[in-house]
Design a protein around this ligand. Structure first.
Ligand SMILES: [Zn+2]
Length: 297
């Protein structure tokens, strides 16, 4: 059996064709996402890529197709909701694509794809309950129990980026105030640093200033970040009591998460004596696309 996985990103779209073992990539392609020319043009682009990859597989061979999107599908209607790629919102993406590719496709939130692949073949392999969280430009999360995604009745389970963290905090794009995403995402850290210093710096530069002890503002930003990260993690652990937490996205590359971040989590936990591993992902940037290719499992 062959699998096609598509990772529809805000700027790039990637597609892979894999063999029986999902890690055996037969073909791979990455193109800029056509997102500013409307829904019809975007789905035509995706269908073209999938059809090209379908043609690589012998017609007698079984094939599965899955796609991760920066949004989610509302199960009762099949319509896309809360997507960063705005032109997808309100459309029956699965139905429309299936008409173009003449094949079934499973569509899932990209953070859920991340959680699925890390749970089955990545850092969470062998664990019964895996919480996969993404801390990148934005934030997302997915829950995998006994190898299966727990998507939620409305398709929103694990969206911890929009749990409230700060009372009367900064206004979030989601309509609420003080969401985790505004304080723990890479974008959030950069925004806070800029508000305090007037200087525009990328995440790695701010982190270097903190590590070197050469930037007082960066030290303050990361001290607060560690407290907030621990608070967020402790809340998640109280609700889910997972056997492991796997972190992805640009912020997951900061070593501080796995030292001070873990200590901060323990200090703020309901049962601090229970060691729940908080680890970096193993599949890197490919977590999402492998998860998409594995959606049929
Ligand atoms: Zn929010």
């Amino acid at each position: 059996m062959k699998r096609i996985g598509v990772d529809l990103g805000g700027t790039k779209t990637e597609i892979i064709l894999t063999g029986d073992n999902v890690l055996d990539i037969v073909e791979r392609k990455r193109v800029p996402t056509i997102k500013d020319q409307g829904y019809e043009r975007l789905i035509a682009q995706i269908a073209e890529l999938i059809n090209e990859f379908q043609s690589l597989v012998h017609e007698d061979e079984e094939i599965t197709i899955g796609m991760g999107i920066p949004g989610s599908v509302f199960p009762p209607t099949g319509l896309v909701q809360s997507a960063n790629t705005q032109c997808l919102i309100g459309h029956p993406l699965k139905k429309d694509l299936e008409a173009l590719i003449k094949h079934e496709i499973r569509i899932e939130n990209d953070a859920n794809c991340f959680a699925l692949s890390e749970a089955l073949i990545g850092a969470g392999k062998g664990h019964e309950s895996v919480l996969g969280i993404i801390m990148g430009t934005g934030m997302g999360g997915g829950i995998v129990l006994s190898g299966k995604l727990r998507k939620g009745v409305h398709g929103n389970a694990g969206e911890w980026g929009h749990m409230a963290l700060i009372v009367n905090g900064t206004k979030c794009w989601c309509g609420q105030n003080g969401c985790m995403e505004l304080y723990l995402s890479g974008t959030g850290i950069q925004r806070i640093y800029q508000e305090r210093t007037g200087k525009k710096r990328i995440l790695q530069e701010i982190y270097q200033g903190y590590e070197a002890g050469s930037d007082l503002a960066a030290e303050e930003v990361f001290e607060e970040f560690i407290f907030n990260f621990g608070r967020g993690m402790a809340n998640l652990i109280t609700i889910f009591d997972p056997s492991i937490i796997v972190i992805g996205g640009g912020v997951s590359n900061l070593p501080i998460l796995y030292s001070e971040g873990v200590s901060s989590t323990t200090r703020q936990s309901f049962r601090p004596e229970l060691p729940i591993p908080i680890v970096k992902n193993q599949l890197g940037d490919s977590s999402g696309i492998f998860g998409a290719a594995m959606l049929t499992e």
